[in-house]
Every structure is written in structure tokens, then in C-alpha cells.
Ligand binder design. Structure first.
Ligand SMILES: [Zn+2]
Length: 291
């Protein structure tokens, strides 16, 4: 069975790079049946930004890529921008913790401005390094994350969270921080969720699950909101990492052909969850080749 013609097929978190596959990767996504990409910014130079100007350039690169993908691959692209939480570690080494934190906060403000100007749909990735860091850096990262939540509230947008793998306590901690900042926990998206946490233990935080075959099957009947993502890095040094960009449409097609009764469940990550978390409804463009 084919996918329903009106169903958008959405990868909720990927990266593309001007020095990687770029538009060609998006064409593979499209050819496999994909229609919408949430495109998160990344550090394209390999060096941690040391000035606000470098962050502005980075976000502009993401925006330019989004435009080229929309035109060249006919995929709907939603840019997501913020300074990468791990940047704080490198910036603290070269600038000192205080100035590194100042820069990070300004870059979060810049990202908030982009959301308010509708150049981006969310702040991401924000959060904290996924590995142990010295206490003063951990404190700075927590301050930065709190600031990101406040900016998200002011900008009326979701945050896409980078963090270590989380258990139920970790979800609760995110929800508590969100509540303190006046942000609806559903608009806090834990990206790169690698295992299922039962919906009742998510403290209303939204997981974005890595689209591994076993995990997709496990979460398919969970109630909204939840997403699927590849966290495709478009790094020529790590081809296909984390998952290849064609993975989400491939999984969707596998479900349609092997478990047609479950096909309707795909509206949960691809439509309902986008609507609940982002406040807009993705519309599927016509598929090519009648397939
Ligand atoms: Zn990512």
C-alpha cells in the first residue's frame, strides 16, 4: 500500500552543510517520499564562533541552504536556529567563561529575533552539553538554557533541546525548568531521544525519536505529541550519520506496505504533533510519479 496522498512526511531534526551533500541529500529525501524538513543550524566552519557576527553568518548559511533546498528539492524547510550548547565549552577556553556566556546569551537573543521575524520556527539546539564539564561551565550552560526558555516564551516558539540521554527524571527536570520560565512543557522537544519513555512519564515534554526501525515500531501507538528524526549531520567524514536523510520516508513507506492498518498512525508525528507543538499544520505537496 502507498502512503496516503495528503500525508506530509516530516523529518523533525536534520542538518545540512554547504560542504556536504546539501541539496542532493534533500533530493534523496524527496525521492524516498519525504516532504518537510526541520533544518537545524550547525557550526559550518568547524571552529566555535567567537563573535555574534560569526553566529549571524552561521544562521544566514542555514537560511540560504533552506532556500536552496526548497527550490532545488521542492521540500518544505523549517529553519531552527540557536548557538549549539557545546559551543560554550570551546568558547570558554578561548574567551573565558564570563565572556563566553555573554556571547552565548546574545546569540540566543539573535535566534529569538529570527523567530519573531519568522525566519526560524524554533530555538535549537539549546540545552546543555551531553558530557560532563567543569562546574563553572555546567552553571553557565544552565543559565544559558534558562535564558533560551525565557526567549522562547517571549518569542512564542518551541525549544529543541540538546542534552544527554534522559530518563523519566530527566524529562521531569526539563518540565520543571519550562514551568519556571512560563513555557508549556509540550513546546520543549527532547531531540535525539534514543529510547521510548512511556507517555505518562514524559512530564508533557515532547520527544523527537531517532527513526530507528525498532524504536519507530515501539512508539507508533503513543499518543501525540512526538516526532521522528534522523539528526542527519551531512558530514562528509561521517556519511549517513546519525541516520541517513532518506530514513524517515523509508520507515513511513515500510509501515504502509507491511502494516497498512498502522498507516494512519503516521499522522501523529507528521501532522498532529507539529500542530500541537509548533501551531501550524504542514500541508503535503503533490508526490511525484504518482507513487
Ligand atoms: Zn542535531
Amino acid at each position: 500500500m502507498a502512503l496516503p496522498p495528503g500525508l506530509p512526511v516530516v523529518d523533525h531534526h536534520c542538518h545540512l552543510s554547504p560542504s556536504g551533500e546539501g541539496v542532493a541529500a534533500a533530493r534523496r529525501f524527496r525521492a524516498a517520499g519525504g516532504t518537510h524538513l526541520f533544518l537545524a543550524t550547525q557550526n559550518y566552519s568547524g571552529k566555535v564562533p567567537r563573535s555574534l557576527g560569526e553566529y549571524r553568518e552561521q544562521f544566514e548559511t542555514t537560511e540560504a541552504l533552506a532556500r536552496r533546498v526548497a527550490e532545488g528539492a521542492r521540500v518544505v524547510v523549517y529553519p531552527v536556529v540557536a548557538p549549539y550548547p557545546v559551543d560554550l565549552v570551546g568558547a570558554a577556553e578561548s574567551l573565558g567563561v564570563g565572556p563566553a556566556l555573554e556571547l552565548h546569551l546574545s546569540a540566543i537573543d539573535l535566534a529569538g529575533g529570527w523567530v519573531r521575524e519568522r525566519r526560524a520556527v524554533a530555538l535549537g539546539e539549546v540545552g546543555r552539553p551531553h558530557f560532563a564539564v567543569p562546574p563553572e561551565i555546567a552553571d553557565a550552560a544552565t543559565q544559558a538554557f534558562r535564558h533560551a526558555l525565557e526567549v522562547a516564551r517571549e518569542s512564542n516558539c518551541p525549544v529543541v533541546v540538546h542534552s544527554a540521554d534522559l530518563d523519566a527524571d530527566g524529562y521531569l527536570d526539563l518540565a520543571t525548568m519550562a514551568a519556571r520560565a512560563g513555557v508549556d512543557a509540550r513546546r520543549v522537544v527532547k531531540h535525539y531521544a534514543r529510547h521510548r519513555i512511556p507517555p505518562a512519564e514524559r512530564a508533557s515534554v515532547t520527544p523527537s525519536f531517532l527513526a530507528r526501525r525498532d524504536l519507530v515500531r515501539e512508539v507508533l501507538h503513543d499518543s501525540a505529541p512526538w516526532f521522528l528524526e534522523t539528526d542527519f549531520l551531512d558530514d562528509p567524514g561521517r556519511p549517513g550519520a546519525v541516520l541517513d536523510l532518506a530514513t524517515v520516508p523509508r520507515r513511513a513507506n515500510q509501515i504502509a506496505s507491511s502494516a497498512p492498518a498502522d498507516t494512519d498512525r503516521l499522522y501523529v508525528p507528521f501532522v498532529e504533533s507539529v500542530e500541537q507543538v509548533y501551531g501550524f499544520r504542514p500541508e503535503a505537496p503533490a508526490r511525484e510519479g504518482g507513487s
